[in-house]
Design a protein. Structure first.
Length: 151
């Protein structure tokens, strides 16, 4: 998705900022899976199928149409359902609360590290301290607004 956005915006450079590593002291998904392997596998299989459908749609739809699909109410509800289901498993709630907090902080740190004073960062769901940055201009918006900003 990032490459398509960069191409549409005419950007010559793209920085990856996602973060996905083990957080010391936070149970990883392997631990959550070990307590309830069958339930976990059911959750993951359904999510992988949903993700594959979104990826296939990306190849068939215009970028604007794909963003509409990505941010559609049913897509968001399906994603939330996965986390609700994981939360019900032993250590699932700890993983969701601790891991995602740490992950979002790492992403915010990376954004601020890359930001120049003349840049604007548009984000939807990152920590408050990013929006309070004095390093660059930060615009907080709803996911559906990104499509409008790109036009």
């Amino acid at each position: 998705m990032g490459f398509r956005l960069a191409r549409m915006a005419g950007l010559a450079q793209l920085h990856g900022i996602d973060w996905n590593e083990i957080v010391p002291g936070v149970p990883d998904l392997g631990i959550v899976r070990s307590h309830h392997p069958e339930a976990f596998e059911t959750i993951v299989t359904a999510e992988m199928k949903r993700t594959e459908q979104l990826e296939n749609a990306m190849e068939q739809l215009s970028f604007s149409e794909w963003l509409d699909r990505l941010h559609a109410e049913e897509t968001i509800a399906a994603s939330a359902k996965v986390y609700d289901q994981i939360e019900q498993l032993e250590n699932g709630r700890i993983w969701i609360e601790c891991y995602w907090h740490a992950r979002n902080q790492k992403i915010a740190d990376r954004l601020l590290q890359l930001a120049q004073t003349t840049e604007r960062i548009v984000y939807c769901n990152l920590p408050r301290r990013l929006s309070e940055s004095s390093v660059c201009t930060v615009l907080r918006c709803a996911p559906s607004a990104i499509k409008t900003i790109l036009k």
